[in-house]
Ligand binder design. Sequence first.
Ligand SMILES: [Mn+2]
Length: 468
Amino acid sequence: MPRVVSCIKHGSPKDQTYFIIDTSDGFAAEEAHGDLPLAVGDIVEETESGALAPSKKAYGKDELRLEAKKSSSSLIRKGKYITGNSEIDQITSRMKSKLDDIAELIVRKMMLCAPIVVRFHNDADGSGGAYALYLSVRDFASSHSLKTNFVWLMQRGVSYSRQDAENDILITNNYECIEKPLLVIIDFGTNPESNQGIGAVKDRFDIAWLDHHPIVPDFAGLELPGYANTWQFGGDSNYTAGLLTSVMCKSFSKVDTSEMEGASLIGDYSDYATEKGADMSALLDFVTSDLQAIYGPGKMNVTPQEIDAIVADKEKSRELLEYANMRMEEALDNGIKSIRKYSLRSANLAVLDFEDIRSEDSKYPLPGRYASKLLDRLDEKGMKRTVLVVSVGSYLLMRIDKDLCADFDLTRAMDEMKNRYPDEIAGGGGHRCAGSIKLKFKELGRQMTASLVGIIRAELGPKEISED
Ligand SMILES: [Mn+2]
């Protein structure tokens, strides 16, 4: 079986990269550089002088795709995956065949050297999932002698915008391949704000979308063959996207990702969280948020390679962890001091303007994680059954104490806000105990916070106001 050009990455005119796979050797790949007379699908021969040249015969592209499909399917490990938590394992077993399909898709794209863009949410959950995927594909590629074309992009929001789509099209326009590029999305919201972006890429890319946010019916991603959400399989948001991604990786790799799984559960306040992955969770939060402090000015993106370099450096990661904890403690202390409190009939309401707490240039702590921690801190201080509202930029974040959550559904307050202020609110989502509202302009923050506070107070009954 021959060596075939499966992909060309166009650089400067004199420097193209040719990805040549050896179909007789399980798709082992080599790279050739320069400006060679080769096109995608060419069978490569060596001339007497050792140069690479196309054979007269081209290789059937469909045939090659079919072979890759067969070969990748044969490498998927279809068995059960057991974490030991029976609830998790039951959900996993219901999702397994879906996850096998997604794993097969990723493996097939790797075998054919197709470009793969991975976008992950920059919290412990999303970045934990991306890190687990990175370690797993790195291991798989090296043990099968594959050459891969991954691009890792950290996402600050949780929707896939039209602009993101255009960016991904630009990235992959540099490649000419037998196989379509792949887009992998980890831990984004499952909401219609992504519809435009999905519309722009769905014919050019295959898409694997791994999520655990509640499903909104008019979300266009539901139609994607590679869409997997725990909610579709009797799970909920407790089964995090990082866990979902890690478990998916088990279909092709044995690399241990339990630290990232644990970190994702802790980061997203999952009911399944244990102590496992606590340091990893704090570290991931920090290294994906305050980029300037760690990597220097101008840094915008963090890749799993960079995360791995930090994790591998024990001393450096311990230092960063201590620094992150100190910064978080400081922010929590300040938060407690600046919070406004309202006593309600059988609950408490706490409101904080996060902009007062966080320094202008620093992105740490992330507001969502901070809000959850602040709620814990209030609980420790004896302020039980609390609804916490944190405003930051054009977002209003809400967190509710687990006890109170049974009596008060946050989604009702969010729906009420959306109904009342269709011109002010751009979107939002969440579940009973945690959620966020996105405003059209950050200047609306004060007014909308006041309205939200009004709705919550009307619902939970005002008792008296004690502001301090
Ligand atoms: Mn998540």
